[in-house]
Design a protein around this ligand. Sequence first.
Ligand SMILES: [Zn+2]
Length: 123
Amino acid sequence: MVSLNLSEIAAFKAELKDLLEQLRAEAGEEYSEQTKQQDLHVHDSGEEAEAVVDLMMHVENLARHDEEIADCLAALKRIDEGDFGFCLDCGEEIELSRLRACPTASRCIRCQSVLEAEVRKTA
Ligand SMILES: [Zn+2]
């Protein structure tokens, strides 16, 4: 049972593509910032510490962008395969309000909260 109609799916697809482009542009900027930072010449240990913190921040941002890009690509793939909007874990439909808020969501709210509880437990 699919409650998403074709035009809704097309809208999600367009949104995901926009998001993907935006993420790629942002990741590109992060990447050039990071490269700039690496070329920076530091004069004392204080500056060096600051440069390291900055660099770490860029690395973290890049990693987050990479993850978001991967989520986007996975969602686009699910659209092409006709699996979009279904929970990866239980196979039930993902709430439309949830998809609207987060088109890359791959699990329903119930399974997502179970997963997050597991992550918290192991962290
Ligand atoms: Zn589920």
